[in-house]
Ligand binder design. Sequence first.
Ligand SMILES: [Zn+2]
Length: 124
Amino acid sequence: MKRMKQKRWIWISFVILLMAGVAGSILVMRQNGAEQVEIVQDGKVLYSLDLGSEEDRLIEVEYEGHVNQIEIRNHRIRVLEADCPDQVCVRMGWLDSAAPIVCLPHHLVIQFAEQSEELDAVVR
Ligand SMILES: [Zn+2]
């Protein structure tokens, strides 16, 4: 009986440690250049931007005669206008760390840099 109890405590402290580790690494990730954003087309990085130091501006990205207007404002980034049929990228609004902005018809992805590193790790 006594040993069972001990085992359970080891298990619980293991879970707590694990959770603390995950929370810690998320915090570190956010501090280490969570502002670094990449605009990727067909797997090629067109722009690598540091949102923390970017001025407000518009970036135009072309794909076979089609255009995505990307807006940087107040250190955030979004697709302002696009002539793709689904308009999903426009409706996604400002980029947050939860999900990249994707324009499938134009093979365009806007994402935080460390998300792509994670993806690379998974692919490899
Ligand atoms: Zn689109």
